[in-house]
Write a protein that binds this ligand. Sequence first.
Ligand SMILES: C[S@@+](CC[C@H](N)C(=O)[O-])C[C@H]1O[C@@H](n2cnc3c(N)ncnc32)[C@H](O)[C@@H]1O
Length: 453
Amino acid sequence: MAARVSSEPVTRPAVGDELELRVDSLAFGGAGVARLSGYVVFVDGAFPGDLVRARVHHRKRAYAQARATELLEPGPDRVPALADHPGAPWQELAYERQLEVKQSQVEEALRRIGHLDGFELSPIVPAVEQWRYRNKLEYSFAGAAGAGLRLGFHEPGSWEQIHHVEDCLLASEAGNRARNEVLEWCRAQQLEPFDRRARSGFLRNLVVREGRRTGQLQIRLITTPGELDSASLADAVNADSMLWTRTDALGETSAGGQTALLAGEPTIDEELGGLVLRISAEAFFQTNTEMAERLYALAREACDLHGWERVFDLFCGTGTIGLGLAGRAGHVDGLEIVESAVADAIANAERNDIANASFYAGDVRLAMRELRERAGRPDVVVVDPPRAGLSQKVVRRIIETAPRRIVYVSCNPTTLAPNAAQLAEAGWRLERVSAVDMFPQTPHIECVALLSR
Ligand SMILES: C[S@@+](CC[C@H](N)C(=O)[O-])C[C@H]1O[C@@H](n2cnc3c(N)ncnc32)[C@H](O)[C@@H]1O
C-alpha cells in the first residue's frame, strides 16, 4: 500500500490506503482527528500528539475514517492499557485528560453547534470508580459448540468478530463470575452460537445486570427459538433472577422477543439516592449507579424546588429522577414508552411511600398534550432522552407547556446543543451546564443543563 505523509498536497486517500498521520485532537464519539493538508481523517485508536500509521476504511468527500494500525510516536497523554477490552477505547488516554476532553466537548457542542453563549460551565464531576463501574453488560456468543465457545464484545466496527473476555474490567467480580458460569454451562451443554451470516445456531447474547448496592444479580440469556434445560442452568448459575429470551430477530438486539422466568424473581432491586428501586429486564437504568446518584443530585439542584411545583419527568424510565424530586415537589408526572419500566416506576413510588407521583405509559412525541390536559401546566420539565435527543416537534410541545425551568439530562451534547438552541430561540436562557463522568475509559459524555425564563 502507498504510504503518504500529512505534508503532501490535498489528495483524498482511497479506502485501503495506509497513511502516516499526526493526531491533533479528539472528535465527538472518540476518534482522533488528523489532517492531510486540510482534509480531515478521523482515526480510531489514536490520541492527541500520536504519530500513527492508519488504514483508511471509509472515504467521503469531506473526510475519511481510518483505524490506527501502528503507533509510531506516542502523544504526551498516553498511559499503558490495563485491559484488552473493546469497551474501553480511551483507556490509553490519561484519566485527567479524558475529563478535560469531555468538558471541552460539552462546551464546544453548545457554542459551535448550538451557537449558545453566556452559560456557566461547572467543572466536570470525575467518576468515583475508573474501572468495574458498570451495573449492566451485554455480551455476544461466538466460536463453536463446546470448548471453542466464546463470549465477549464485538471488535470495534465489526458485527461478526467477537472479542472473548475472561475478566471484564468494566464489570464487578460477581458479574464476571456469573458470566463465566453461564459460559461453562453452555460449553458443557454443547450449545451452538448463533451465526448471523448462516442464520443458524442458538446462543445469541447474555445480559448480566446487578444491583450494586443490593448485591442482587440478574442474568438474561438470549437465544433463537429452541429448547433449553432450564433446571440445569438454574443449578449451574448463582443469580437472583434468571430469564430466557427467545427471538428470531434478524439484527443483534436484546430488546423484544419472548421472555420467560427460569428462576428467582423477574426483577432486581437497586438503591439510589435513598430510594429502593425495582428494575425490570427491559427497563432502562443508568449503568453507573454511583455516578447516577451524582447526576440526579445535579438535576435536583437545577430544578430548585420549594415543595409546591408540578414537575413533568419526561423519558422517566423506572422513575428514578422523578421519585427523587417528589419530596420537594407538589406533584410529579412521569412519561415513558416502555410499559414494564412504567410499571416499575409505579411500584417504586409505592414501595418508597411516595404518594405525589404518577407515571404514564406513552410516547413523548404523541402524549405531551394529553399529559398537559390531564396534569395541568408544569412549573418544571425534566427531560432525559436517548442519544438522538428531542425532535423539533417534542421541543415545540415542551415550549407549549411553558414551564419556568427545563432541566435537560443529556447523554449526547451534540443533540443537546440544537435542542437547547431551539429553546433559547423560544425565550429560555441556557443558565448552567454540568458534566458528570459516568463512563470512564470511553468517549461517552453525560451532562445536566438548566434552562430557565
Ligand atoms: C436515557 S433513558 C432515561 C431514563 C430515566 N430518566 C433514568 O434516568 O433512568 C431514556 C428513556 O426514554 C425512553 N424513551 C425512548 N423513547 C421514548 C419516547 N418516544 N417516549 C417516551 N419514552 C421514550 C426509554 O425507554 C428510556 O427509558
